[in-house]
Ligand binder design. Structure first.
Ligand SMILES: NC(=O)c1ccc[n+]([C@@H]2O[C@H](COP(=O)([O-])OP(=O)(O)OC[C@H]3O[C@@H](n4cnc5c(N)ncnc54)[C@H](OP(=O)(O)O)[C@@H]3O)[C@@H](O)[C@H]2O)c1
Length: 310
């Protein structure tokens, strides 16, 4: 079968080549992959940090070719989205059947391939904050994969949403269209936040923590900036109106009910309720273009590779 394989002798660390198909164990389904989505983290951990011969790829959408032998998971022919630490960027993927999300029939598998990492991260991070109805929630890196989902989900949950983006002039209109009530630049966060989904880190995380209201929660999802977090003396002390703030870290693969989250989000994306913000789509033969755009921070949204396009 064809797969994108880590090869550090190439310019971007990947080549399309032939490898033997995977052999599923009894709790794994075999999925014929139709489309995959590429995340910044895929390149960091799955490509740059992986040995030659690895098949990277956290998320992939396709059709169940063989159901799990132990009877778990969906039957043959079901359209699904999968999430695992690697192995997604191949024609066939063996994956734990209990984590598969089921996709509505006829859905665009490219669009829903974006759901596991960006969507489930946003959903799980918002879960850590708690109820959203009538609460004031900020999302940093709002134009990014996780950020876009978080803005839309927070709005769906009934929150007042503050989108934080590096260039509000450029991205303000699009973020308001997704449901942001305010779009602000770093350095301009309003006070009184009940929750923050932070995907940027560095000085923005420090600013966001200081803007939390009492009992507010900041969920540190990611770190795209090179800058460190430096808290001024006393910044972590409790003070009137800001008691009991929490700063929590987050790891997607520790989320419970991943399959359920993927299925729910895939339904929302295919119904057009949530826009995953696909800004690049093409054949997996053109993966180098995506790697270049992601590494140079030119992409503000999701990149999808069609595995079947030759
Ligand atoms: N903990 C977990 O399990 C988990 C799960 C998923 C993702 N992550 C991490 O979360 C982070 C975001 O992931 P993603 O897929 O959303 O990334 P992404 O699509 O690349 O988006 C990141 C966003 O951050 C902003 N940004 C980019 N470069 C920046 C810089 N140098 N300084 C400040 N802001 C910058 C941009 O938004 P604006 O232009 O709007 O500012 C960009 O759209 C990554 O670090 C990723 O590894 C962690």
């Amino acid at each position: 079968m064809l797969a994108l394989i880590v090869d550090h002798s190439t310019a971007h660390g990947l080549r399309l080549g032939e490898i033997p198909p995977p052999k599923p164990v009894p709790h794994e389904a075999l999925v014929r992959v139709v489309a995959v989505s590429v995340n910044f983290g895929d390149l960091q951990d799955g490509v740059a940090g992986a040995p030659d011969g690895t098949v990277p790829g956290w998320e992939a959408a396709g059709i169940v070719e063989r159901a799990a032998l132990d009877g778990s998971g969906p039957p043959i022919g079901t359209p699904v989205v999968s999430l695992a630490l690697n192995g997604g960027w191949a024609e066939l993927r063996a994956v734990d059947a209990r984590t598969l999300g089921v996709v509505p029939n006829g859905a665009d598998l490219g669009a829903v391939s974006t759901v596991p990492v960006a969507g489930v991260s946003a959903l799980s991070a918002l879960d850590r904050i708690g109820p959203l109805l009538g609460r004031r929630i900020a999302v940093t890196g709002a134009t990014g994969g996780v950020g876009r989902f978080a803005v839309q989900l927070a709005r769906l949950g009934g929150a007042e949403v503050i989108a934080v983006t590096g260039d509000p002039k450029l991205h303000g209109e699009a973020l308001r269209a997704l449901g942001a009530d305010q779009v602000v630049a770093p350095g301009r966060l309003p006070d009184g936040l009940d929750g923050v989904v932070d995907t940027v880190g560095g000085p923005l995380l420090v600013e966001a923590f200081s803007a939390l209201a009492g009992n507010g929660t900041l969920v540190a999802v990611g770190h795209v900036t090179e800058d460190p977090e430096v808290f001024p003396v006393g910044a972590l002390l409790s003070r009137q109106g800001q008691d009991n703030r929490s700063l929590v870290t987050f790891f997607l693969l520790d989320s419970t009910n991943v399959g359920r989250g993927i299925s729910w989000l895939a339904g929302k994306v295919s119904a057009g309720v949530i826009d995953p913000g696909i800004v690049w789509r093409g054949s997996w033969r053109d993966v180098d273009e995506v790697v270049e755009a992601l590494r140079s921070r030119q992409l503000h949204g999701k990149a999808v590779l069609d595995a079947a396009a030759q």
